[in-house]
Design a protein around this ligand. Sequence first.
Ligand SMILES: CC(C)(COP(=O)(O)OP(=O)(O)OC[C@H]1O[C@@H](n2cnc3c(N)ncnc32)[C@H](O)[C@@H]1OP(=O)(O)O)[C@@H](O)C(=O)NCCC(=O)NCCS
Length: 201
Amino acid sequence: MKDVAIIGTGGHAKVVADIVLSSKDRLVGFFTNDNSVDNFMGWPVLGKDTEYNKFMDCYFVIAIGNPDVRERISNSMDGVKWYTAIHPSASVSTIHISIGDGTVIMANAVINPYAQIGNHCIINSNATVEHDNQIEDFAHISVGAKLGGTVKIGKRTWVGVGASVKNGISVCQNCMIGAGAVVVKNIDIPGTYVGVPAHRI
Ligand SMILES: CC(C)(COP(=O)(O)OP(=O)(O)OC[C@H]1O[C@@H](n2cnc3c(N)ncnc32)[C@H](O)[C@@H]1OP(=O)(O)O)[C@@H](O)C(=O)NCCC(=O)NCCS
């Protein structure tokens, strides 16, 4: 059993807490820069995210949806043990998979063989990460998003709720793929893409 502290006190933190508890690990508490809360979901707020070093025996997970914020906080926390949170209901292949430090795999997500997932990513509820996908650090595959086989998703890219990426497609770093978009061509220019087929706005 691991002692786990969660960075963040938003909606995403509630779901990450559920994973910790479902995994039979021990939730120690939360960190937040919001001074107005001293407990969250009945667990104590242990301090601001800069005060993590009082709890170095814990494993940490950053439960904040925004990729840039996750990257900033993770870079500021030296020497911590990162908790990789995988909900027991997620279907995670055991064949040539890698899942990075601090990454969160939510309920009913599917991770198929040869998928490589970086550090501090979020694979949200019901998302599908198909065979041979490469998902770089801090990417977020939102609720119900579907990636076909051999898709590449760049660093910090956020694939919105229910969006799809056709097999074999690469999406570069720093993109926002809008909710419900369908990406059918490679995306090489960072930006926001929406619609079917997805286009830049
Ligand atoms: C794409 C997105 C980032 C755009 O947000 P925004 O920059 O605030 O843009 P706006 O809401 O001002 O919309 C700009 C235009 O794009 C359209 N648009 C926005 N999101 C769209 C989407 N997902 N699909 C199609 N069109 C969309 C709007 O209708 C608007 O069109 P208009 O100018 O003709 O009125 C946002 O709408 C979105 O889809 N976010 C994904 C959220 C998500 O999945 N979160 C994950 C939770 S797990």
